[in-house]
Write a protein of this length. Structure first.
Length: 188
């Protein structure tokens, strides 16, 4: 049985450079009507787990207006139309936000941040042997962004207490550190 819903009508609610919200009128496979069903269309995002040769993570602390506070996060951002692919976007974002570059890059995962209501994916990359090669070039709205170089063990020890402000980034950190050999994940 096909599990897909049929969208019988879509209406654009709001579309600008920050958000693309539409309301769909849907019919489920068993004929139940769901209206409106709101969908957010965003460009894909990238997150970078950047590890230095001395076992530290390159992170950023920046103001997040919705929660009205500075939040510690992975470097990252949107995949721009000019980016050839998500890895190029990840490399660009790491360099722009932190001034760091890395020689070794590996895709960690490509996941949906919220498949119930959002269309985009998050591509998480591991960047090994990260080094500072220039000063950051911040975008508008990133004023006050701070680059934070923190030992891996401090980050891992603080994950349960919320040291990283974005829950979506915790999985990328855990998987990335496991791939890099800094953390062992086991199943029981």
């Amino acid at each position: 049985m096909d599990q897909k819903w049929i969208s019988v009508h879509s209406e654009a609610i709001l579309k600008d450079r920050w958000i693309d919200l539409r309301a769909d009128d849907c019919v489920t496979p068993i004929g139940k009507q769901i209206s409106p069903y709101y969908v957010l269309t965003y460009p894909d995002w990238v997150h970078v787990v950047a590890v230095t040769s001395d076992s530290k993570l390159v992170l950023v602390r920046q103001y997040r207006h919705a929660v009205n506070t500075m939040v510690l996060e992975l470097p990252g951002g949107a995949v721009d139309p000019a980016d050839a692919d998500p890895e190029q976007a990840a490399r660009r974002e790491l360099e722009e936000e932190t001034g760091f570059t890395a020689r070794n890059w590996q895709l960690i995962s490509s996941l949906y941040p919220n498949p119930a209501t959002q269309t985009n994916r998050i591509h998480a990359y591991l960047a090994l042997d990260a080094v500072r090669t220039r000063v950051p070039r911040l975008d508008a709205g990133e004023e006050g962004l701070q680059v934070c170089i923190i030992p891996i063990n401090e980050i891992v020890d603080g994950l349960g207490a919320g040291i990283l402000g974005q829950s979506m980034q915790v999985g990328a950190v855990l998987i990335g550190l496991a791939i890099a050999g800094h953390l062992k994940l086991t199943s029981k």
